[in-house]
Design a protein around this ligand. Structure first.
Ligand SMILES: [Zn+2]
Ligand SMILES: [Zn+2]
Length: 335
């Protein structure tokens, strides 16, 4: 009974927040969350399908932002009618997911993609930082952990390595989308990354997707001589995003909150809490008001009522300056 009441409360809270992400003739992007959690449940791990919208109709060519859960997420999306009821998930994965943008090499961001590789269609790109691509090549596609589906083996996929220092967007093949990459601190010395995805020929619309990241004030990089420094990658990212926010071009920021408040900094393991998220978002807000940018909260660790606590902690005080969205698996978001 208590569980039922709790579930009702969560649904109400989630619905209250999702009213702002319904279909609108002003929408530029269509997002299907295939997985929204930060671990444990293998059926609901970080993965977001994204496509452009033309004349209020989502384009059939999707990209996948991370690939934690794929097949099960598509099943849920079909049930929720975020995809047509007659969608064949096999054909959808082969024909309609055109590229995989992987933020970092952790399993919770890549397992669904890996498991589905044997049936995938060739000619697709895996897109990421050089370091992430190297992890995929050396640790998964190595003919030991898994067959080599990359360009040195079965050639199902090619690698598209993005340079975080380049300011020129790279085209995502077979889509009308372009992408830039940014570095993030997560588990030193390995980096995570953020993707800025924009509509080609329509630079008035972009979304920013961040993989796992810790806060600038906590994250340090250990150098070869064992000294540390703070790269402050989030500050750099906010500085780059400020003109887009000011020009009303940035429609949404997908960013993680793994734990509720109260978690000690030394146990963050490269993740954010609501307070740390607010501290970071306030840096961006110091450049420009954020009222037109949806903040899509990803990667909540499904432990000890974390989801309800995080929703509650992001619904008062300073959080009211931001337009938070708590995505649900399979439930489409119009941006
Ligand atoms: Zn991670
Ligand atoms: Zn993760």
């Amino acid at each position: 009974m208590l569980l039922l009441v709790l579930l009702t409360v969560i649904t109400v809270a989630a619905n209250a927040r999702s009213t702002s992400v319904k279909q609108s003739s002003l929408s530029f992007f269509y997002v299907i969350p295939l997985g929204t959690n930060g671990g444990l449940d293998e059926n609901n791990l970080s993965s977001y399908l994204l496509t452009s919208i033309n004349n209020s109709i989502p384009n059939s060519a999707y990209i996948s932002l991370d690939g934690g859960t794929i097949r099960h997420g598509i099943e849920i999306a079909i049930k929720q009618q975020s995809l047509p009821l007659n969608t064949d998930k096999e054909i959808f994965i082969r024909e309609q997911i055109k590229a995989y943008l992987i933020s970092h090499g952790h399993l919770d961001h890549i397992t669904g993609f890996l498991i589905n590789t044997p049936n995938d269609k060739s000619g697709k790109f895996i897109i990421g930082l050089n370091q992430t691509i190297k992890i995929i090549r050396d640790h998964y596609f190595n003919n030991q952990a898994w067959a080599d589906f990359g360009s040195t083996g079965l050639k199902t996929y090619d690698y598209q390595i993005l340079d975080p220092l380049s300011t020129i967007p790279a085209p995502i093949v077979n889509t009308d989308l372009d992408v830039r990459i940014f570095r993030l601190c997560h588990t030193c010395p390995f980096l995570s990354s953020a993707f800025l995805v924009s509509r080609r020929n329509q630079p008035s619309a972009s979304i920013l997707y961040l993989g796992d990241t810790g806060p600038d004030d906590v994250e340090k990089i250990i150098q070869v001589d064992q000294t540390t420094y703070s790269p402050r990658y989030l500050s750099q990212l906010w500085k780059e995003m400020a003109p887009l926010v000011a020009a009303n071009q940035l429609k949404a920021i997908f960013i993680e909150v793994s734990y509720p408040n109260g978690r000690p900094d030394h146990l963050l393991f490269g993740h954010l809490t609501p307070n740390w998220l607010l501290k970071e978002l306030n840096v961006l807000k110091s450049y420009h008001s954020m009222e037109n940018v949806k903040i899509i909260v990803t990667h909540i660790k499904p432990e000890n009522g974390a989801r309800e606590k995080i929703i509650e902690q992001l619904s008062r005080g300073d959080a009211l300056h931001f337009n938070f969205v708590f995505p649900q698996q399979g439930q489409a978001i119009w941006l």
